[in-house]
Design a protein. Structure first.
Ligand SMILES: NC(=O)c1ccc[n+]([C@@H]2O[C@H](COP(=O)([O-])OP(=O)(O)OC[C@H]3O[C@@H](n4cnc5c(N)ncnc54)[C@H](OP(=O)(O)O)[C@@H]3O)[C@@H](O)[C@H]2O)c1
Length: 328
């Protein structure tokens, strides 16, 4: 099968090579004795793959390896116990191996997708939407009627978080850095859009009538203190990532002054060791799709052999929704 391998840790421009490799076998390390073999139509591209081309991600398989954590495609074979059938259209989280014509994913991370979603949207569904639900609802305890501020709101996690938060009955304030990204956040359904280079903290306090209930933060960096200041009493900041490049530090006196919580949300760390939680999240996402709240925003699309451009788009802060590789 055709696949993309990371052959050297030289960054997005040069690390990837198109290769011809055997299809994943039954002894695949991610799914010993079980799992779902998927004919891949689209592969989702995310920050971790950018980091992997430099050897900077926490998962460091021996070289060479096929990256790609999630795909949209058609079930070819089901190994072990599963309600899925060959021919089902699915979104599958394979962790590695997704930048290829055939991938294998654990059964508990493979979900049927409705006909209304195309394969590219399927490839946008698991990492971002499951993270958004996990971070907003299970970790952040977002409740109907609350207001949530979402950083990096035109990116993959950001657009997903807008839609999940809206589906949970919250009001959303999106923080973005450009006019083009403001349009993307609006298309995702944001109620309000503010600019990260403007007075976003004051605007958020005003728009929410005294401070937001929750901040969802995939960006980190030096805006973190203003995120704390944008909260009302007993507000929560949910920490999701650090695309801004630096890990913020909190002076913890700020937390007791207004009964503030800072909450970590590491989706993979939680769900990989707890398969039933995936079913709970999958069912919640299905309900939000059926209710018309989730319609993944696919941004730039590239053929498999232009994956370097896909990675450079993310690396250069250019993602407009989910970046996707069209595999077949
Ligand atoms: N905790 C978890 O379980 C979990 C799960 C999935 C992803 N993540 C993490 O969440 C983060 C976001 O992922 P994503 O897929 O949404 O990424 P993305 O689509 O590339 O979006 C990231 C956003 O971050 C903002 N940003 C601010 N400063 C940036 C910079 N210097 N370089 C790049 N972007 C910058 C950009 O928005 P503006 O230009 O508008 O500021 C961009 O839209 C990543 O760190 C990822 O690893 C965490």
């Amino acid at each position: 099968m055709r696949a993309l391998q990371i052959t050297e840790l030289t960054g997005p421009d040069t690390a990837l090579k198109i290769v011809d490799v055997p299809e994943p076998g039954a002894e695949h390390p991610m799914t010993p004795g079980s799992g779902v073999l998927v004919d891949v139509h689209a592969a989702g591209v995310s920050f971790p793959e950018v980091l992997q081309t430099r050897g900077e991600y926490q998962v460091r398989p021996p070289l060479p390896f096929v990256p790609g954590s999630e795909v949209g495609g058609v079930v070819r074979e089901v190994r072990g116990d599963s309600p899925l059938q060959p021919g089902d259209r699915v979104a599958a989280f394979c962790m590695l191996g997704g930048f290829a014509e055939v991938a294998v994913a654990p059964t508990f991370l493979t979900f049927k997708i409705p006909d209304a979603l195309d394969f590219a949207q399927g490839a946008a569904l698991i990492l971002n939407y499951h993270t958004a639900y996990f971070a907003l609802k299970l970790r952040g305890r977002l409740a109907e009627g609350e207001t949530v501020l979402i950083h990096g709101a035109a990116g993959g996690v950001g657009t997903a978080s807008i839609q999940v938060a809206k589906g949970l009955g919250a009001t959303t304030i999106a923080v973005v850095s450009t006019d083009e990204k403001a349009e993307v956040a609006k298309r995702a359904g944001a109620d309000h859009v503010v600019r990260s280079d403007g007075a976003w903290k004051d605007e958020a306090v005003e728009l929410s009538g005294g401070g937001v209930h929750l901040v969802l933060d995939p960006v980190g960096g030096d805006r973190f203190t203003d995120s704390l200041r944008s909260l009302r009493r007993a507000g929560r900041v949910v920490v999701v990532g650090f695309t801004g490049g630096s890990i913020p530090e909190v002076r913890v006196n700020r937390l007791l002054l207004r009964n503030t919580e800072v909450i970590g949300a590491g989706w993979g760390e939680w769900v990989l060791s707890n398969p039933p939680v995936n079913l709970e999240i999958g069912a919640a996402i299905d309900e939000l799709i059926a209710g018309g709240h989730i319609d993944p925003i696919v941004g730039q699309r590239f053929p498999l052999d232009a994956a370097a451009d896909a990675l450079k788009t993310i690396d250069g802060r250019g993602a407009l929704g989910k970046v996707v590789l069209d595999v077949r």
